[in-house]
Ligand binder design. Structure first.
Ligand SMILES: [Zn+2]
Length: 291
């Protein structure tokens, strides 16, 4: 997944291009739109060093076709009379799907061909976008637009309760866990914003102690550009731009598809990981796993 800043920035780019009705819905419930931009990644930050049932929801949603989320979101929004908070969360979530779907194949494939860790590639994309926006990549507050209020957890929980996660039905969560996941997402993004060497040392030591240094270190944006990711960044940057009109189209058509006037967009057939495993299998790639 492109990381926190890429998703936030992408959503702002999409928002500016939305038709009036959809833009107004997102702007009238901005908190839920911005939380939606982080999609199912919200669940990854719930006890990240000790992943369990709740953080598995994040993986499960990413591995399902986008259609599963879209159809379930349509049901949830209809049940709540298309209330703006539900639409705003849906629109933000569609942005998340569109960017993940566009970028993930090349993120996973680059981990296979170049050995760079997934989180490092995504951290480097965030660094490049922050620099492009004139921000300091190691100090910028990546979650400055997230100010959840207690009702937000209730809205978000509705989208992931009863969704087909392809598992054995043991992927449930409590409202307390949902609230904790949102809080953790913000807290960890603050913790991982680590300008000082001392704080970095403590964070990296914790990751090493948990045996997750390679997997997680990219979540702390580096002081310097990582040359190992140089080749993939222009590719991801191109996917980012191409995904903007796709997300605009998915959001514009959401209500018409939800109410059966038009078919769901074929983009939803792919999962959040760009179906990279299927595409690898079709290309005869059997060795090499993502990092
Ligand atoms: Zn994601």
């Amino acid at each position: 997944m492109p990381s926190t800043y890429a998703h936030e920035r992408f959503g702002c780019d999409v928002l500016r291009r939305l038709p009036e009705r959809e833009r107004a819905a997102a702007e009238q419930a901005p908190g839920l739109f911005h939380l939606g931009l982080q999609g199912p990644d919200l669940f990854f930050y719930y006890k990240p060093l000790n992943p369990g049932q709740v953080s598995r929801i994040g993986n499960a949603v990413h591995q399902r076709p986008g259609l599963d989320f879209a159809v379930h979101a349509a049901q949830v929004a209809a049940e709540h009379d298309w209330a703006l908070p539900y639409l705003a969360y849906t629109y933000g979530s569609i942005c998340h799907f569109a960017l993940d779907r566009a970028c993930h194949f090349d993120v996973f494939d680059y981990t296979r061909t170049h050995g760079a860790a997934h989180s490092v590639i995504e951290g480097e994309l965030d660094r490049a976008l922050l620099l492009e926006d004139g921000k300091d990549p190691v100090r910028a507050d990546l979650v400055e637009n997230l100010h959840p209020d207690p009702e937000d957890a209730q809205v978000i929980a509705a989208f992931y309760s009863g969704m087909n996660l392809g598992g054995s039905g043991e992927d449930g969560f409590t409202m307390k866990q949902m609230k904790a996941a949102i809080r953790s997402f913000i807290r960890f993004n603050h913790i991982l914003t680590a300008p000082g060497k001392g704080k970095r040392f403590i964070i990296f030591s914790g990751m090493k102690a948990a045996g997750k240094y390679e997997e997680l270190r990219g979540h702390v944006i580096g002081y310097e550009e990582d040359p190992a990711c140089r080749e993939v960044l222009p590719v991801l940057r191109r996917h980012y731009e191409e995904a903007i009109p796709e997300a605009v189209r998915l959001i514009r058509d959401f209500r018409d598809s939800a109410e059966g006037r038009i078919a769901w967009d074929p983009l939803y057939e792919m999962n959040y990981e760009s179906d990279y495993r299927r595409r690898w299998a079709e290309a005869g790639i059997t060795s090499g796993e993502e990092k």
